[in-house]
Write a protein that binds this ligand. Structure first.
Ligand code: AMP
Ligand code: GLY
Length: 435
């Protein structure tokens, strides 16, 4: 008699962006995963998952859904539910959850807290001062000199940071952050030293004790080609990084991820989930630019297609304190490039409701995949834009040049009035130039 097959895993993904679409694609491709649900999702993710209309910020509703639909694992995509304690609510309902507690998600939710943890753990980062009035800001700007870096202390969806050579602009940003939340006693800005050198995003899976790094990627945060224009949530990314120094990943694990995980455990708020290490490779060594408590968007769209190890088991191991038992991850030698198609007016005031066309032709490009972010079904049943970043066009191939070509061919097929995208994602790396 053969043993009964173990029940296959049912996974609920929270979020509605292209990152969550990429997670759902990878989970659906895992033979040990039987069902993928996404809440709230959108029209695009229905190709691989069941879309459920539940508010991901409502911990009680998410926990009830997970219980009712007999989920084995909940994967939290964005930061807002983490900071709101949704992972705590899911775990309290007896369901495994990939994503840190609200207490541990403060590593992303408060830049001042992240700096304090890094100082305690001896992690290399930019020198910084936490300021609660404009006099302190002015003194800090003068102490560090130009270029100036001013950050809103709280969550700002990638738009709370201004990097500028203009002292007046730096002061104006600080003023708007400090005045933005009148009466909110914790209102603060962080002024810090400018870090030169290329940026790297490294996702490190954590289970409270152990850590497992994924492959590094590079995100392009500025709106326009040549790294011009305003900061955005991310306009494109690629992986691997042929120019990265050998040993970079091990160095970040030893000098950044392990000390932070140990410090968080020591404080009684263990970090389990993904620690997104935003790094600058400066002339004086690796420095942490920021931590996030979740996968990066759009970097996830290029890291997951290269991961050969089935994703469900990996996330479950992190969620249940069993990373030490995981076999070493395996990766494809190939490359992936993502180009983000953003709406007219993004990032300041994205226009919504524009027709989005050509997706079948884009998806038919060899090596290309269309992932949805800000899309919705319009009144007449056709697809319309519904957010700042509308689509992620992912290209994969043997080399970065092949992957770039596939992503470019896909984006060329899409119609979106006023749509904005970068044409230079991974161009230097594909040509063998340092980032
Ligand atoms: P953050 O939200 O902290 O990741 O900042 C967003 C972006 O601003 C980063 O990805 C960098 O491109 C830039 N940035 C942040 N901090 C610094 C810094 N200290 N020096 C130079 N650039 C920075
Ligand atoms: N791509 C930057 C982020 O996810 O924060």
């Amino acid at each position: 008699m053969t043993a009964p097959r173990l029940r296959r895993v049912r996974v609920l993904v929270l979020g509605s962006g292209a990152r969550e679409h990429a997670l759902a694609v990878a989970l659906a491709a895992d033979d040990d995963v039987s069902d993928v649900l996404v809440a709230p999702g959108g029209p695009g993710v229905a190709d691989v998952a069941e879309v459920v209309a539940v508010d991901p910020l409502d911990g009680a509703a998410v926990a009830a859904l997970a219980r009712e639909r007999e989920m084995d694992l909940v994967v939290v995509g964005p930061e807002a539910p983490l900071v709101a304690g949704v992972a705590d609510a899911v775990r309290a309902a007896g369901v495994d959850c990939f994503g840190p507690s609200a207490a541990a998600a403060r590593l992303e939710g408060s830049k001042a807290f992240a700096k304090e943890v890094m100082a305690s753990a001896g992690v290399p980062t930019a020198m910084a001062r936490v300021c609660t009035d404009l006099g302190q800001v002015a003194a800090a700007l003068d102490a560090f000199g130009a270029p100036h870096v001013v950050k809103d202390d709280g969550l700002a969806a990638g738009k709370g940071v201004v990097v500028t050579g203009d002292r007046e602009e730096a002061l104006a940003h600080a003023r708007s952050c400090l005045e933005g939340r009148p009466g909110a006693g914790a209102s603060a800005v962080v002024v810090e030293e400018f870090l030169d050198g290329p940026e790297v995003s490294l996702f490190v899976l954590c289970d409270g004790t152990d850590v497992v790094p994924l492959a590094p990627a590079q995100d392009s945060k500025r709106l326009l080609d040549g790294d011009e224009g305003p900061n955005t949530g991310g306009m494109g990314a690629y992986s691997p990084l042929p120019w990265a120094p050998p040993g970079l990943v091990d160095e970040v694990v030893e000098r950044v991820a392990r000390p932070v995980v140990a410090e968080m455990a020591r404080r009684g708020t263990p970090f389990a989930g993904v620690l997104y290490c935003g790094l600058a490779l400066t002339s004086r060594g690796v420095r942490v630019v920021e931590f996030n408590a979740r996968f990066g968007d759009p970097e996830t769209q290029v890291v997951l297609p290269r991961l050969r190890t089935p994703l469900g088991g990996v996330l479950r191991a992190a969620a249940t304190g069993r990373l030490a038992e995981l076999e070493p991850l395996t990766w494809s030698d190939g490359a992936a490039v993502v180009v983000v198609l953003a709406a007219a007016g993004y990032p300041a005031s994205p226009r919504t409701g524009d027709a989005v066309t050509g997706l079948a032709a884009a998806a038919a490009v060899p090596g290309a995949r269309v992932l949805h972010a800000g899309t919705a079904t319009g009144a007449d049943g056709t697809l319309v834009s519904a957010g700042g970043r509308v689509l992620s066009l992912v290209g994969t191939g043997a080399t970065l040049a092949d992957a770039r070509a596939a992503a470019a061919a896909a984006v060329a097929e899409v119609g979106l009035d006023g749509g904005q995208h970068r044409g230079d994602i991974a161009v230097g790396a594909a040509e063998g130039v340092r980032a």
